[in-house]
Design a protein around this ligand. Structure first.
Ligand code: TXA
Ligand code: MG
Length: 347
């Protein structure tokens, strides 16, 4: 980032949304609430504006972005054709936390799609988001409004913490209802494939389409990486992933993080044991342990808890795994394992 910007902090009034829309139209950057997480938006059709998003986030520039629209019919600006399958999905799930990947029109800049011949499109159900997009008179490209690598922002303050001084404006609003990012469903090929799990689950999409919907192989693979045998003790060096490639930073808190997985009571015991052990050597330890079946609540709270614990300055976070046989549990676990760099203790 070259210079520090004077970031406008705007409550979501009609007037302020108009002001923010003007910034978007001029090629500026505006963070705004959606029902999933806060987004960092720019005019999706303006390659220079989209480039500034990468800069503000400190994000590698080949990552494709989600393009947000305010009316389903606006998808026509982005894709040359709708299949019956795409129409079915739009009818069932929009507006809402589901992004679809479809073939792109040549007019969508490569900057926006990371050079792919497809584009990811989402119609959010957040009214503030839709009003901003509509007032901007253009589709808005928006990744999550956090610094690259860190937990996604689900509260206005999280966005202010990460983006103040880096972008033109932040529209504040309520805490995000969902708390994890949208499900990403690839509809550009023959078979529908889930590229990123979210609260709209494979089962719900299968029910709408009347056919099988697969998770991308990489999602299942990642979940299999088991790291630690607790019977061998818990020295510092144990908390390193066995496969270095898995340690790309994504959603990561500042603290070291370990996920404890297994039968509920044993998970609780192991967390208590590791906590005591680490406190004994002077470390501050934070714990994230959701109710066993409260999957939506876990989705809602997970990123916020990571940020709260970082703000408290803990050295280490111990998190209890959720069951990933539930679709929403699977989506939360996808984030939890990445946050922890795949440091897992099985009990
Ligand atoms: O809930 C959300 O989706 C939030 C809010 C702000 O709407 N946005 C968000 O954007 O999470 P981002 O940039 O953090 O995530 C974009 C995801 C990435 O996993 C990316 O790889 C995928 O969408 N994606 C984007 N375009 C794609 C494409 N053409 N093909 C395949 N995957 C794509
Ligand atoms: Mg993100």
């Amino acid at each position: 980032m070259s210079e520090k910007k004077n970031t406008l902090i705007l409550e979501p009034t009609k007037e302020n949304i108009e002001k923010a829309a003007k910034i978007i139209r001029k090629g500026g950057l505006v963070a705004f609430p959606t029902e999933t997480v806060y987004g960092l938006g720019a005019d999706a059709m303006n390659a220079d504006a989209v480039g500034r998003i990468y800069e503000a986030k400190g994000r590698p520039s080949d990552n494709p972005m989600i393009v947000h629209i305010s009316r389903a019919s606006d998808i026509g600006q982005l894709t040359p054709m709708l299949s019956p399958q795409i129409v079915e999905i739009i009818d069932n799930f929009w507006p809402g936390p589901l992004t679809i990947v479809v073939k792109k029109k040549p007019s969508v800049p490569d900057r926006t799609t990371g050079g792919l011949d497809t584009v990811a499109v989402r119609l959010p159900d957040s009214e503030v988001a839709r009003e901003l997009i509509s007032a901007s008179c253009c589709p808005i490209a928006a990744p999550s409004a956090n610094l690259s690598g860190g937990p996604s922002p689900t509260r206005a303050q999280d966005v202010i913490d990460d983006m103040n001084g880096r972008i033109d404006a932040i529209i504040t609003g309520e805490d995000c209802r969902v708390g994890i990012e949208s499900t990403v469903l690839d509809l550009s090929g023959e078979e529908p494939v889930i590229l990123r799990p979210g609260i709209i689950t494979a089962e719900a999409i299968e029910a709408a389409l009347g056919r099988e919907v697969k998770y991308d192989d990489s999602l299942k693979e990642a979940a299999k990486h088991v790291q630690l045998d607790p019977s061998q003790g818990v020295s510092e060096s144990d908390f390193k992933p066995k496969s270095p490639g898995m340690k790309y930073k994504h959603y990561a808190p500042k603290a070291e993080m370990v996920v404890v997985e297994g039968e509920r009571e044993r998970v609780k015991e192991e967390i208590a044991r590791l906590k005591a052990l680490n406190e004994k050597i002077g470390n501050r330890v934070g714990v994230i342990l959701f109710e066993e079946k409260a999957f939506l609540e876990a989705a809602h709270d997970f990123f916020a808890k990571l940020r709260d614990l970082d703000n408290e300055g803990v050295d280490m976070i111990l998190a209890g795994a959720l069951s990933d046989s539930d679709g929403v549990g699977f989506a939360v676990m996808n984030r939890m394992l990445k946050s922890a760099g795949y440091n897992i203790v099985k009990v």
